[in-house]
Design a protein around this ligand. Structure first.
Ligand code: CP
Ligand code: NVA
Length: 308
């Protein structure tokens, strides 16, 4: 049995295999072919933070695969009132077939997974957002932009950045990360990723200049400057991140036909201009929809591994 806690635990081949299953399911859906691969199965979804895409995509995905999803907010279950993680894990995993968790500390889902009898999926923590990267990479495949990726990530060194770093290190592409001073990526994760990059031939560079990062890049991406849980820092962050907006001027430095990705929600006028987001809205909203297909691919893959 496998869990999906970070992309670090997956080989390049496994990541590509999950994305491929997702793409096949997407093609089938267009032809109205629904394979009920997870018939009678239940996915428990524990949310300790807000969500639009993650909730809708997992719940819809599970239904389309013939299963059922339970939305469990920490306001409603005893976990939020102090029931130990290890007890919650043993109870839920004794009744459900898979668990998705969105929470703060990565250590929470690691502990949950240690006590879980069923696969646990990371639906975002403060450190990583691996399911988003499955959808992002699937989108690049669909737009035939997945060969020779030179990706520039502009903004906060956060969970999205860390997952981009791992994806680059696993698949072997170039990633340039431009963050303001003081908002760099986690040093321990960076060191780990640089070791992985040596094996795959990936280039991962960190810098403070967004223009340097964007120059000639064929994928430009960003994320909110204020992640969930950092709301009280918002004012300060807006001041510090000035100059890190992905706008028309920055896009001009990128390669012609460069793709723009955003995991959403987007804050126009902050990390991205209205013009850039709307010009690239087709790919960005495909990226959002691909959460549904990529995660169906993931759940089917995890289910197959369980039987293997
Ligand atoms: N991108 C993403 O995870 O969106 P939600 O927070 O809406 O789930
Ligand atoms: N970095 C953001 C991603 C939201 C999908 C956050 O953690 O809030």
């Amino acid at each position: 049995m496998r869990h999906f806690l970070t992309l670090k635990d997956f080989t390049k081949e496994e990541i590509l295999e999950i994305v491929d299953i997702g793409l096949e399911i997407k093609r089938n859906l267009k032809k109205k072919i629904y394979k009920k691969e997870l018939e009678n199965q239940t996915l428990a979804m524990i949310f300790e933070k807000s969500s639009t895409r993650t909730r809708v995509s997992f719940e819809t995905g599970m239904f389309q695969l013939g299963g059922h999803a339970l939305f469990l907010s920490n306001r409603d279950i005893h976990l939020g009132r102090g029931e130990p993680i290890k007890d919650t894990a043993r109870v839920i995993s004794s009744m459900c077939d898979m668990v998705m968790i969105r929470t703060f500390e990565q250590s929470m889902i690691e502990e949950f997974a240690r006590y879980s009898k069923v696969p646990v999926i990371n639906g975002l923590t403060d450190s990583y957002h691996p399911v988003q990267l499955l959808a992002d990479y699937m989108t690049l495949v669909e737009y035939e932009a997945h060969e020779n990726i030179v990706c520039a990530y502009i903004g906060d060194g956060n969970n999205m950045t860390h997952s981009w770093m791992i994806l680059a290190a696993k698949l072997g592409f170039e990633l340039r990360i431009a963050t303001p001073k003081g908002y760099e990526v986690d040093e321990a994760i960076l060191q780990e990723v640089l070791l992985l990059a040596k094996e795959s031939g990936a280039t991962i560079k960190t810098m403070n200049d967004p223009n340097e990062a964007a120059k000639g890049a064929n994928v430009i991406t960003t994320d909110t400057w204020t992640s969930m849980g950092q709301e009280e820092e918002k004012e300060q962050r807006i001041k510090t991140f000035k100059g890190y907006i992905v706008d028309e001027k920055l896009m001009l430095l990128a390669a012609q036909e460069a793709k723009f990705l955003h995991c959403l929600p987007a804050y126009r006028g902050l990390e991205v201009s209205e013009g850039v987001l709307e010009r690239h809205s087709e790919i960005v909203f495909n990226e959002a929809q691909n959460r549904l297909h990529a995660q169906k691919g993931l759940m089917v893959w995890l289910d197959r591994k369980r039987g293997a």
